[in-house]
Design a protein around this ligand. Structure first.
Ligand SMILES: Nc1ncnc2c1ncn2[C@@H]1O[C@H](COP(=O)(O)OP(=O)(O)OP(=O)(O)O)[C@@H](O)[C@H]1O
Ligand SMILES: [Mg+2]
Length: 249
């Protein structure tokens, strides 16, 4: 489905991703892990079209994405739930979701909102609340829901569980489990190594913009010492569970 070949990208003259090869197959959950600054977010932003590729190719169902701006990539079936959630703080949950469905016909909006509320019933209770009043977990649900409003075939999620209470981490993973059952592929960036490797089918490890390990998540779990040594101290300890979630203003 997604085929990344020898991809390099960066900002200005700085190259932060060097010759990445990565595939995501239909219905597959793939984890992209690595320490801070490894290039995980840059990779997702490059797939989504927000960061330009300097060399290499990104193909989706055989089509070269290079000429396509971000909104056309959404139409192809790629949606991003970005790092930090990036909700519109002065818009309600409903309005944030509607924004995510801009690429779909208007008639699809109500049906897709229903689908998001089925997945995250909590959002039904917060439907008319402003984005900035939501807890971190609720915000993450909206961010994933907003991406789903575009009816993606591939969902890119940047930092699923960072800063969330364990209960909300579980809710988000249960939602991903349902999406996987519907055949949606997921490329998942996670700081939580245990969760990422337990849930994904395959994993790629980036360090300083280079791919340093890839394989099945089962192999990574069996060789967790290897993966941790690759990641270094940055990921050798899973982040402590958040006792309370951040509210953004
Ligand atoms: N907008 C930007 N302009 C310039 N450099 C950037 C920009 N965004 C990221 N970088 C640099 O690119 C490199 C990779 O950053 P990126 O955010 O992709 O890493 P990451 O793996 O997502 O890290 P983290 O775990 O902290 O989210 C880093 O050296 C970072 O400083
Ligand atoms: Mg990042």
């Amino acid at each position: 489905m997604l085929n990344i070949d020898n991809l390099s990208c960066g900002y200005g003259s700085a190259v932060v991703l060097h010759g990445l090869n990565l595939q995501v197959n239909a219905s597959e959950v793939v984890a992209l892990i690595g320490p801070n600054g490894a290039g995980k977010t840059s990779t997702l932003q490059c797939i989504a079209g927000h960061v330009r590729a300097q060399s290499g190719t990104v193909r989706f169902n055989g089509k070269d994405l290079a000429p396509l701006p971000p909104q056309k990539r959404v139409l192809e079936g790629i949606a991003l739930s970005p790092e930090g959630r990036k909700l519109f703080g002065d818009m309600t949950v409903r309005e944030n979701l509607v924004v995510g469905g801009y690429s779909r016909p208007r008639e699809a909006t109500a049906r897709n909102i229903e689908r998001v509320l089925d997945l995250f019933p909590r959002l039904g209770e917060r439907f008319d609340s402003l984005g900035r009043t939501l807890s971190g977990g609720e915000q993450q649900m909206v961010a994933i829901g907003r991406a789903l409003m575009a009816e993606p075939k591939l969902l890119l999620i940047d930092e699923l569980s960072l800063g969330l209470m364990p209960k909300n981490v579980d809710i988000c993973y249960q939602a991903l489990q349902k999406l996987r059952g519907e055949g949606i592929a997921v490329l998942l960036v996670e700081q939580n190594l245990s969760k990422a490797l337990a849930f994904s089918d395959r994993a790629y490890v980036l360090d300083s913009g280079r791919l340093v390990w890839s394989g099945t998540s089962e192999a990574a779990r069996a060789r967790r010492d290897l993966v941790e040594s690759i990641l270094g101290h940055a990921a050798s300890a899973d982040p402590a569970p958040a006792s309370h979630e951040e509210l953004t203003s």
